[in-house]
Design a protein around this ligand. Structure first.
Ligand SMILES: [Zn+2]
Length: 285
């Protein structure tokens, strides 16, 4: 099946997930190449085969190059232990799962292959068009769209699980689309995350060479006082030739004061620490 046909079939079968970004009424049906809400607002499947739900311009710095670099590292296994941990936390029953800030889609692809549950309904969205274009090309049995996490184009209580890897959050929207008892898993970097790369880029600038996640963790705890925390920490051996991709994929190097690394310095980077926390909560607890 062509990717545009696959995406359209998914929407037809799961039309009750979606709501109109203009008037918030439920989406009613697929007509020809469009999805139409109860009040007649219409969004077309674009030439890449996905739906674009943003009503205004997107503010994102993530371009195609960053996503290609990220895919290269993720296919090499950079985040595989994290995805395994996430898969282990999810219930076994068939799930309607939303991947928040899905990027180019590889984490969702890895999650789909670990779950092996063909009754799962998997949806990934991102604000970045280059990311979703790449994700749609994966040919997964999942649906991808461009959307804003602060204005989710989904009806209330439609998802059993929300997963987000290094993405910002909007807990009001998350609680709205999660079903009662639904599960939220947020992955945040700990201070040791990619420490070797940070030290190369920022040297002794302590403020930049360490990441402090306390504010993010505290905010999560405020919303979900009974949440669980799980640390996942390991060393990742960087495949030769992928050092540059690692620098490219991480937004760290946009921070002020990052040095331009020489090829020789990059060569010294053979292993990096991946250190993250899984913040796990259930809606209503
Ligand atoms: Zn509408």
């Amino acid at each position: 099946m062509k990717k545009s046909e696959r995406q359209k079939k998914f929407v037809q079968e799961n039309i009750n997930l979606f709501r109109c970004p203009t008037c918030q009424a439920p989406m009613a049906r697929v007509v020809d190449n469009s999805i139409v809400c109860q009040n007649g607002h219409q969004i077309d499947f674009n030439r890449h085969g996905y739906l674009h739900f943003l009503t205004g311009a997107a503010e994102t710095e993530y371009g195609r190059e960053m996503f290609c670099a990220r895919r290269q590292l993720l296919e090499s296994g950079l985040f595989t232990p994290i995805i395994k941990e996430v898969a282990g936390v999810l219930p076994d029953k068939p799930l309607r799962l939303l991947d928040v800030g899905t990027g180019e889609g590889t984490p969702l692809k890895q999650l789909v292959s670990l779950r092996k549950n063909d009754r799962d309904v998997m949806v990934g969205f991102d604000i970045s068009k280059p990311g979703i274009t790449l994700a749609t090309q994966l040919g997964l049995r999942a649906f991808f769209c461009v959307a804003d996490l602060r204005k989710l184009p989904f009806n209330d209580q439609r998802f059993d699980a929300l997963v987000e890897l290094f993405s910002p959050s909007d807990y009001r929207e998350f609680n709205r689309v999660l079903a009662p008892g639904g599960c939220l898993i947020k992955v945040v970097p700990n201070s040791g995350y990619l420490a070797e790369l940070r030290q190369l880029l920022y040297g002794k600038n302590q403020a930049k060479s360490h990441y402090d996640n306390q504010r993010v963790v505290n905010l999560f705890k405020q919303h979900y006082p009974n949440c669980q925390l799980k640390q996942v920490k390991y060393q990742f051996t960087i495949p030769s030739g992928q050092q540059e991709a690692l620098v490219e994929m991480t937004p760290l190097h946009w921070g002020k004061g990052a040095r331009q690394l020489t090829a020789k310095e990059l060569m010294t980077l053979t292993r990096v620490t991946v250190d993250v926390s899984l913040l796990i909560a259930k809606k209503g607890e």
